[in-house]
Design a protein around this ligand. Structure first.
Ligand code: MCA
Ligand code: AMP
Length: 513
């Protein structure tokens, strides 16, 4: 079982059917297979084979796709990395995963190279420039024979992706996702969302997360549809492109729908949306207000679904628009089972809130070289999602998510774990302690804020704290505001009461800076 084989092999016969349209250039399924073979030839010549980890630290584009498919076809494991990560974050991922090859571009490599000093050498393949320490992809493409046959040496349980997710302890863990996980989940989505080769997906998500990579890119390729690849999300561009390209499917995080809705209001001529059959939202809660407003504006009912890096797509609203419900993530997808349990791990009564536990063929294999963390994440074979929800007994067990047991902020569809940001703030010697927390935000869903207590006599401004975060953390993790406080509000047990931090419901007397 091999994902690239499942996505590409039987499509190439379709010849000139367009797989990807990027910057108005078309790449057919046959062309994509050829590019994948050529990329596999290069990677094979560098010794990449079964089980090796290959990090992709690349901008969105065709090279990302062909190299991704080639790595998988060789049985190696893709480590997708956000180019927004700071050098020290990237160095950690490369070192922890014992990456065998880093594929990046010259600009990113120049930014990164100092952070790699002191780590074991990682060979670097650059997709654009040439440098003394990098291999040149373009040159190797000219010098190397195309792989005539892709080997597809994998079985269902072999790793395809290693996706780093942070956790409450602050250090990221690599979630090991297998070819079987991805293929089973894609087949379930294919049925649930009625994918077909007539689909034209407008792709405005990043490629380094499950949403943009698996649900959107792989989903469309499995169907034999056409991807219209945008470099980045821009609401005006999305509305124009849907009409120009007669797109049938769009996928986004709630922040994107918020911005699309806002942009809609300002359009003097509303775009023609009759080709569009499906707007999907996921990665963060979609508010009921936005669900309704979008429907009133566009006549389209967004389909909300629930997913997780470790478990793939877990639940989805029904395909029938009449049965999509605001505030609900629908029903478990084929191959996925869920339970709702109390703090002791016992099933709650139907309709009661508890933690969502997940089992099924889409569940990841564990955290990379972290047997203890893997064991903690499961109970009796069920994965502890850390999400809180209930099932409505009056509506066939429909799932509603109501909050999270885990300390996680989802900002614009991206996860920020407070501990990681607090750890960075606390590396400043002036900082005694820091508390990082989320607050509702109309655009981002939740925004990251920080409260900082300085050591007696220390001098540091909120701007210094922000600049420090920017040096060490990807921009989306950086607090939108830092407040200096004389002390953090704690309860009798000494636990920080984040609800009492600034910009929240209340700040107890005496804690104003
Ligand atoms: C950008 N900025 C952000 C975020 N994105 N701040 C907080 N949270 C964010 N998510 C900041 C930048 O640091 C910058 O600030 C300023 O906004 C503008 O940056 P720009 O790159 O222009 O941002 P944008 O293009 O407006 O991006 C917003 C976005 C993006 C399109 C919503 O964040 C995005 O693509 N989010 C989707 C992520 C995603 O794919 N999530 C799925 C993972 P400054 O100027 O101060 O530096 S979850 C998943 O895969 C699971 C399995 C699932 O269920 O789907
Ligand atoms: P990640 O670790 O990036 O895969 O993010 C997974 C988390 O995103 C889940 O555990 C949920 O907390 C959240 N999530 C994903 N989809 C939804 C949704 N439709 N509604 C609410 N939360 C969601």
């Amino acid at each position: 079982m091999n994902l690239t084989q499942t996505l590409l092999e039987n499509k190439a016969a379709a010849g000139d059917k367009i797989a990807v349209r990027y910057h108005l250039e078309d790449l057919s399924y046959f062309g994509l297979l050829q590019k994948t073979r050529a990329a596999a030839g290069v990677l094979g010549s560098l010794g990449i084979s079964n089980g090796d980890r290959v990090a992709l630290l690349l901008p969105k584009g065709l090279e990302f796709i062909e190299l991704h498919l080639a790595v998988l076809a060789l049985g190696a494991v893709v480590l997708p990395l956000n180019p927004g990560y700071r050098p020290e974050e990237i160095a950690y991922f490369l070192f922890d995963s014992e990456t065998n090859l880093l594929i990046t571009d010259q600009e990113k490599y120049d930014e990164l190279k100092n952070a790699l000093i002191g780590f074991p050498d990682v060979p670097v393949l650059s997709i654009d420039g040439e440098c003394p320490n990098c291999l040149s992809y373009r040159r190797l493409l000219q010098q190397t024979a195309t792989a005539a046959d892709l080997p597809y040496p994998t079985r269902e349980e072999d790793l395809a992706l290693l996706c780093y997710t942070s956790g409450t302890t602050g250090r990221s863990k690599g979630a090991m996702i297998t070819h079987g996980n991805l293929i089973h989940n894609l087949q379930a989505l294919h049925q649930a969302w009625h994918w077909s080769e007539k689909d034209v997906l407008l792709h405005a998500l990043p490629l380094f997360h499950i949403h943009g990579l698996v649900v959107a890119l792989h989903g469309c390729l499995l169907a034999g549809g056409t991807l219209i690849l945008l470099d980045r999300f821009d609401p005006q561009e999305v509305w124009k492109t849907i009409e120009r390209e007669s797109c049938t499917v769009f996928m986004g995080v709630p922040t994107m729908y918020q911005r699309l809705s806002q942009a809609w209001g300002g359009l003097s001529r509303k775009p023609e949306l009759k080709s569009l059959r499906l707007f999907v939202s996921g990665s963060a809660p979609l508010s009921e207000v936005l669900f309704q407003r979008f429907r009133e504006q566009t006549g389209h009912t967004i389909l909300e679904r629930y997913g997780m890096t470790e478990a793939g797509m877990i639940a989805s609203n029904p395909f029938d628009p009449e049965r999509r419900k605001a505030g609900s993530v629908g029903y478990p997808l084929a191959g996925v089972q869920i339970r709702i349990v109390d703090a002791a791990g016992r099933d709650v009564r139907s309709g009661e809130v508890g933690e969502v536990r997940i089992r099924g063929n889409t569940l990841f294999k564990g955290y990379w070289r972290q047997a203890e963390k893997t064991a903690e994440a499961f109970r009796d074979g069920w994965f502890k999602s850390g999400d809180l929800g209930y099932r409505d007994p009056g509506d066939g067990g429909r799932l509603f998510l109501v909050g999270r047991a885990k300390e996680l902020i989802i900002s614009g569809g991206l996860n920020v774990y407070p501990k990681e940001v607090e750890n960075v703030l606390e590396t400043r010697e002036e900082v005694l302690e820091a508390a990082v927390y989320g607050r509702p935000d109309e655009d981002l869903g939740e925004k990251v804020l920080a409260a900082v207590v300085l050591r007696p006599g220390a001098v540091l401004t909120p701007e210094d704290c922000l600049a420090h975060c920017r040096r060490h953390l990807a921009p989306y993790k950086c607090p939108k505001k830092v407040t200096l406080l004389p002390a953090l509000p704690r309860n009798a047990m000494g636990k920080i009461q984040k609800q009492h931090l600034p910009d929240g419901p209340s700040l107890p007397a005496g804690l104003n800076a």
